[in-house]
Write a protein that binds this ligand. Structure first.
Ligand code: NAP
Length: 335
């Protein structure tokens, strides 16, 4: 079976996912595209073998030549398209965020529960990165005993002019929140946000941020976002356990020793760092849908839980207070 995918949103990540589905992965083809920018959509469609250009996302979802929907439009539009996909009984891969409010996330979960099965996968691609998978393997095997603390560093050489204070949490740290929940296998229960001295490269932006979170069992988690740090895109992660520590290794493919120095390269950006993770997550989605499973990767519950941590972190940022993360009971389809 070749999965016929319709893509809503043909901007930066939408085009990148189209490239990987048509040139890198197997088992799927792009049969429809839509975007609010018709010129871009026409250009994208012209590069595809046979893709219908739709005026709206709703038309694309209704297209009988679309088996599954990939949502890569602007975040606030995700709710509408994910709900329409579920209503049509079509599996949906939704780029993060699942939705931008907790009510919208809950509406999506309620729709999936009513449908009686999972139909949605959320684009938390770090779970498909092999270094994170190795780290999770070490934690789950009990090699370092029970985790007590986890540090997650998210360093970016620079950000566009439109990047805001809130985006450090909802666009950047959201990946750290999700991967922390996944690595530790439990929910984040509360958060405090500290604002250190500002990086002069960030202008008026409050950068960096340091977030201190705790899990339901009391593991202490620190998340650092430094988004103007110039030297490269550097993702750090270290677990301190009862018997040892486990950390993501440096990513340089080659370590150079020369003229009294030891050096290695740092990835230039997130595309380079997580290229294969994006490939793996979409292949996993295609395989699950083709196998009739709907979705097996990061779920609507994961999208909801990450959004709740973001909401709490934003409140903590502006209040200076510790803010609890209060989740509803997890529906059994996400167990
Ligand atoms: P982008 O380049 O701005 O592309 C988004 C596209 O969606 C734009 O062409 C936009 O058109 C279009 N659009 C907006 N509203 C729409 C609607 N109602 N129906 C159809 N198309 C619509 O943004 P991006 O960087 O690709 O990000 C898209 C999504 O992917 C965001 O949710 C972002 O958070 C997520 N993302 C995730 C990752 C990750 O690491 N997992 C990385 C990057 C992005 P206009 O320009 O006309 O508004």
């Amino acid at each position: 079976m070749t999965l016929r995918v319709g893509v809503i949103g043909t901007g930066m990540i939408g085009q990148d996912h189209i490239r990987r589905i048509t040139q890198v992965l197997c088992g799927a083809e792009i049969t429809a595209v839509t975007d609010t920018n018709p010129e871009v959509t026409q250009q994208v469609a012209a590069r595809l073998k046979k893709a219908t250009v739709h005026t709206t996302g709703q038309d694309l979802i209704a297209d009988e030549n679309v088996d599954a929907v990939l949502v890569a439009s602007w975040g606030p539009t995700h709710e509408e398209y994910v709900l329409a996909g579920i209503a049509a009984g079509k599996p949906v891969f939704c780029e993060k965020p699942l939705a931008t409010t907790q009510l919208a996330c809950r509406a999506i979960m309620a729709a999936e529960v009513a449908a009686g099965r999972r139909l949605v996968q959320v684009g938390f691609m770090r779970r498909y990165d092999h270094t994170y998978r190795e780290l999770k393997g070490v934690i789950d095997a009990g090699t370092i005993g029970a985790p007590l603390m986890y540090y997650s560093g998210h360093r970016n050489p620079g950000v566009p002019d439109h990047y805001t204070k809130d985006m450090a949490i909802v666009d950047t740290a959201v990946h750290d929140f999700d991967v922390t929940r996944w690595l530790l296998g439990e929910e984040l229960a509360g958060v405090r946000v500290l604002a250190p001295k500002r990086n002069r490269h960030g202008g008026d932006l409050q950068d960096p941020l340091l977030m201190i979170l705790e899990t339901a069992s009391g593991v202490l988690v620190t998340v650092e976002t430094s988004v103007n740090i110039r030297y490269g895109y550097d993702i750090r992660g270290e677990v301190v356990g009862e018997d040892g520590t486990a950390a993501l290794a440096d990513r340089a493919p080659v370590v150079l020793r020369r003229a009294g120095t030891v050096s290695g390269t740092v990835p230039a950006d997130w595309r380079q760092r997580f290229m294969t993770a994006y490939d793996n997550e979409l292949q996993d989605w295609i395989d699950a849908v083709c196998a009739g499973d709907g979705a097996t990767g990061p779920s609507s519950w994961d999208g909801y839980a990450a959004q709740m941590v973001c909401d709490a972190a934003l409140r903590a940022l502006y209040s200076g207070e510790h803010v609890p993360v209060e989740l509803i009971d997890k529906p059994s389809i996400y167990a």
